[in-house]
Design a protein around this ligand. Structure first.
Ligand code: ZN
Length: 274
């Protein structure tokens, strides 16, 4: 049963990946998201429906536009594969639940933010703001349905809040605190090194904190610097004037947010149980 869910949900992920590819293509160009069918970036030839099939559509065309032979971007092949793996893993990890829905929404946004940052070195408000709103929406839904999440109680549990007393409202407060923490730390870093740490990174850290709550946000912030590595951090702050870092920071924030989103509950339990 679980295997069937993983396969079906992974397949859904492959098609979501095709949609994310379209988002990653149109958002940086300020093109309307839902207008006109997907087309070649070079000659404008519209894709036939078979060409939109995940992976198969790319392989069938041997990675090139069938009209002008222009090479298709790497993400057209990779996004459906990555999204299918992520969705399959989420279905395996979460089972059919509210958490599966929530983590799928977060993952979709995080993937697209990482891809655009890798490709353009940009974290777009047009993507991060809808992600923030979607996360707030899920938070409200969680309160209305009273679906508390362990990850969001870390602070209160550490302060002696007895397990079993969780309410989704306390969790929402924790999510707000996480957002403030992510924003606060990165806003200071942005003031210290405006070129190294862009304002897009500040908004992305806010999103990471809102998803994971406090103290999950602590792990997100330190995890991102740990992944970025000491050399990267040094470059970030002593980088030459007028020069952006060679590597965008966004994908590292995305990775650590994703890890805390998935494994934060387990880490927290182990910590509290000493
Ligand atoms: Zn073309």
């Amino acid at each position: 049963m679980q295997i069937a869910l993983v396969i079906l949900y992974g397949l859904l992920g492959a098609f979501v990946g095709v949609a994310l590819d379209l988002v990653a293509d149109r958002m940086p160009k300020r093109a309307p998201l839902f207008q006109g069918r997907p087309a070649c970036e070079i000659c404008g030839a519209g894709w036939r429906w078979q060409e939109l099939l995940p992976v198969w559509g790319y392989l069938q065309r041997r990675g090139r536009c069938s009209a002008c032979e222009a090479r298709l971007p790497w993400r057209t092949l990779l996004l459906p594969i990555v999204t299918a793996l992520v969705f399959g893993w989420l279905a395996w990890f979460r089972g059919l639940s509210f958490e599966l829905l929530a983590d799928s929404v977060y993952s979709g946004f995080l993937i697209v933010i990482a891809v655009i940052d890798l490709e353009h070195k940009l974290i777009l408000n047009r993507v991060v703001f809808p992600a923030l709103w979607a996360t707030v929406g899920l938070m409200v839904l969680r309160v209305l349905l009273d679906l508390p999440r362990y990850l969001h109680y870390g602070y209160w549990l550490a302060a002696g809040w007895a397990p079993g007393q969780e309410t989704a409202l306390v969790g929402a407060l924790s999510q707000g605190a996480g957002a403030l923490f992510g924003f606060g730390v990165f806003f200071i870093l942005h003031l210290v090194s405006p070129r190294g740490m862009g304002d897009g990174d500040v908004r992305l850290a806010t999103l990471g904190g809102l998803i994971t709550g406090f103290p999950g946000a602590l792990a997100v912030v330190f995890g991102s610097f740990f992944l970025f590595g000491p050399v990267g951090v040094l470059l970030l702050f002593i980088g030459k004037e007028g020069r952006k870092t060679p590597v965008p920071f966004g994908p590292f924030l995305v990775l650590s947010t994703w890890a805390v989103m998935l494994w934060g509950d387990g880490w927290l339990l182990r910590y509290l149980q000493g």
